[in-house]
Design a binder for this molecule. Structure first.
Ligand code: 13P
Length: 253
């Protein structure tokens, strides 16, 4: 059955020292205080991952994630990081298709399909992001857009592969803005995503997939958002940079 997940996407923030401090605090507090059986992901900058692996160590249900990777396994791609490199240092999750990467690095549906294949082939879990910009929602085309994002980048996967994907719905208008989707808006889209997957694969497969919400999640709103029947957790940006705030989010299930 699907897992509840609190994922902290640190984006391009923290020095190594700050990141190690943040991770240590999260691991200590979460180990002592998070009583429910949930997974906690620390999605840190590439430069931090090896050092964080030593901190996360054997901590129960706390895993490392990367924010991106290249679609090729190796080669002449100056400045890029490959899936095998991440796998080799203990990374378990790779965020793909974050709206910031779609927007600033022109990541396309086809590229994300290829990256998804690569991450799965190396035995890691893609955290596949989807979500609409404000003008798309205002035109009432948000369901159509999210359906296309999922169809174009994921629906070539076999059922066995699809089962291993985590999806994060992140409405772009809610990211870093302090404006959160209402619990109803989040639940409505999550139910739609699950139905879209059920139509393509099966209801039981769709029911086994974790769908996270992202966009201005904080301790004060996490419990309400996570209350949606199809909301299995959060992909948290800004609030994941404060250990206490992030752990409170992890306790909000
Ligand atoms: P914020 O939580 O800062 O809005 O960011 C959300 C996000 O983009 C997580 O990937």
């Amino acid at each position: 059955m699907r897992r509840n997940i609190a994922a902290g996407n640190w984006k391009m923030n923290t020095s190594l020292e700050e990141g190690m401090q943040l991770a240590s605090e999260v691991v200590n507090m979460a180990t002592a205080e998070v009583v429910k059986d949930i997974d906690i992901l620390l999605i840190a900058p590439f430069t931090h991952l090896t050092s964080l692996q030593k901190i996360v160590g054997e901590a129960k249900n706390i895993f490392l994630g990367a924010q991106n990777c290249h679609e090729a396994d190796s080669g002449a791609y100056t400045g890029e990081i490959s899936a095998p490199m991440l796998k080799a240092i203990g990374v378990k999750y790779v965020v793909l298709g974050h709206s910031e990467r779609r927007e600033y690095f022109a990541e396309s549906h086809a590229l994300l399909a290829s990256k998804t294949d690569t991450v799965l082939r190396h035995g890691m879990t893609p955290v596949f992001c989807c979500g609409e910009k404000l003008e798309i929602r205002e035109q009432n085309k948000h369901f159509e857009l999210v359906e296309a994002q999922i169809r174009e980048s994921l629906f070539h996967l076999s059922a066995d592969q699809m089962k291993k994907v985590v999806i994060a719905y992140e409405p772009v208008w809610a990211i870093g803005t302090g404006v959160t989707a209402s619990a109803e808006q989040a639940q409505e889209m999550h139910a739609f995503i699950r139905k879209t997957i059920a139509n393509k694969y099966s209801q039981s497969l769709a029911d086994s997939i974790s769908i996270l919400y992202g966009g201005s999640v904080k301790a004060a709103n996490a419990n309400e958002i996570f209350g949606g029947a199809d909301v299995d957790g959060g992909l948290v940006g800004g609030a994941s940079l404060q250990s206490r705030e992030f752990v409170e989010i992890a306790k909000a299930f």
